[in-house]
Design a protein around this ligand. Structure first.
Ligand SMILES: Cc1cc2nc3c(=O)[nH]c(=O)nc-3n(C[C@H](O)[C@H](O)[C@H](O)COP(=O)(O)OP(=O)(O)OC[C@H]3O[C@@H](n4cnc5c(N)ncnc54)[C@H](O)[C@@H]3O)c2cc1C
Length: 392
């Protein structure tokens, strides 16, 4: 399997990437700023609309195309900054899968143009991986109106968001009719909240974190936010099914982003290994330097093939959950190894920000716990492929 991007897309990705070198990403990260200029360049290129249907202003490309574009963007210095495609694609898919025709018509063209930034607010103090335990509640106060109260944490890019997709319970967990795990998520609904209109109701607090410095995370407290029922995204009480499919697809794109970032770390390290002389010889001529980098490269390529397989299965409309879970698991592990070896190759210099590898190392760590932890990926694979008892 050797998938390649069409020239038209490669040129677009190359054009955007060429304007943003490692120094740009270093600066953005050290200042903990959102990469506004990068977002604008992506918006201008139309790449935000890659997988949005043509009738809604997108390019109508496949997930596989997007996967390849994300990988290439990550490798061309953006690293996990390629996540900006992902967040755009993730929310566009929420609309594609769950939205009404009217919502698709009004939101998708704006998302494709990069005019709308939309954050996702699912996680809470008491519920991370177990989404069924969310406590944020949307109470119907009339036939048409809901009142939403609760607390969300780790909401990425809230400070840049025009809208939030807010998950809330419209029926309590206890109301689930059977004990099957699928039904635990009955009662979860998604609401589209305009930050412009309702932002004043959110008490937002910025959270400090280890890496991904170009993304800010917030906790949000809110009480009695009033919205009408046309703000529901997907069916009342039944939003999880559609959302879960989108989150599963996100595993493939996150895997692609990790593969590209792993390759970026390895090319940065091998360039350095060719130049750096210690004891009168290039450090790259030592097998002690070469082999771990080569081993990491082989692991990255293995993960890459699985990313492509998962994307192809998704595209063919086949069951893709095991492959999507496996590709994220392996890509996160491989990117962790690749960035660690890259840092080691730089010696003490690797610990300093000017050489970028410490940033790649910090950044990729996130994807062993987010959007889903490696334990839950393993539990999914154990259940689905090995027939083991479900543990989640
Ligand atoms: C940088 C970053 C950005 C994020 N952005 C967002 C965002 O924009 N919006 C949003 O809603 N959320 C966001 N999150 C939250 C993220 O998705 C959650 O942190 C993640 O789902 C894990 O949930 P948790 O931290 O509550 O872990 P928990 O659910 O508390 O799990 C804790 C540990 O227990 C393990 N565990 C639990 N059950 C089992 C089991 N059955 N078997 C084995 N191990 C188990 C887990 O694997 C994990 O290691 C973000 C997180 C990060 C780090």
């Amino acid at each position: 399997m050797d998938f390649r991007l069409e020239k038209e897309i490669t040129d677009l990705v190359g054009l955007v990437s060429s304007k943003f070198d490692p120094a740009y990403w270093r600066k953005i990260s050290s200042e903990q700023k959102f990469p506004e200029e990068y977002w604008e360049a992506l918006a201008e290129s139309g790449l935000f609309g890659m997988i949005i249907e043509k009738k809604f202003g997108g390019m109508g490309r496949s997930i596989l195309d997007l996967t390849l574009a994300v990988e290439e963007t990550a490798e061309h210095f953006a690293g996990l900054g390629s996540y900006l495609y992902l967040s755009g694609s993730l929310v566009s898919q929420m609309f594609e899968v769950c939205g009404s025709e009217e919502q698709k018509k009004s939101f998708l063209p704006e998302i494709a143009k990069g005019k709308l930034k939309i954050s996702i607010a699912l996680t809470e103090e008491s519920s991370g991986l177990d989404a069924s335990s969310i406590e944020t509640t949307a109470k119907r106060i009339s036939k048409e109106e809901f009142s939403i109260s609760g607390r969300k944490i780790m909401v990425a890019n809230y400070d840049r968001a025009d809208y939030i997709i807010l998950f809330a319970r419209t029926s309590p967990k206890e109301s689930s009719s059977s004990s099957s795990s699928q039904s635990k998520t009955y009662g979860i609904s998604m609401f589209l909240i305009s930050v412009k209109e309702q932002g004043a109701s959110f008490k937002a607090k910025k959270l400090e974190k280890l890496g991904m410095d170009f993304v800010s995370s917030y906790s949000l407290d809110f009480e009695d936010i009033r919205v009408t029922s046309d703000h529901l995204l997907g069916e009342e009480n039944e939003a999880w099914k559609g959302a879960a499919r989108v989150f599963a697809m996100d595993r493939i794109l996150t895997g692609a982003s990790l593969v590209g970032t792993g390759k970026l770390a390895l090319s940065t390290a091998s360039e350095y290994a060719k130049k750096r002389k210690v004891f009168g010889r290039q450090i790259g001529s030592n097998q002690g330097i070469q082999f771990p980098l080569a081993d990491a490269y082989a692991k990255i390529v293995g993960a890459e093939i699985l990313v492509h397989k998962a994307a192809s299965l998704f595209e063919a409309g086949r069951d893709f959950l095991t492959e999507a879970s496996s590709c994220l698991l392996l890509a996160a592990e491989a990117a962790g190894i690749a960035t660690d070896r890259a840092l080691q190759t730089f010696g003490g210099h690797g610990y300093y920000k000017e050489n970028d590898v410490e940033r790649y190392w910090r950044d990729v760590r996130v994807h062993r716990v987010h959007p889903i932890s490696e334990e839950l990926l393993l539990a999914t694979i154990a259940e689905r492929s090995l027939g083991m008892p479900r543990s989640y």
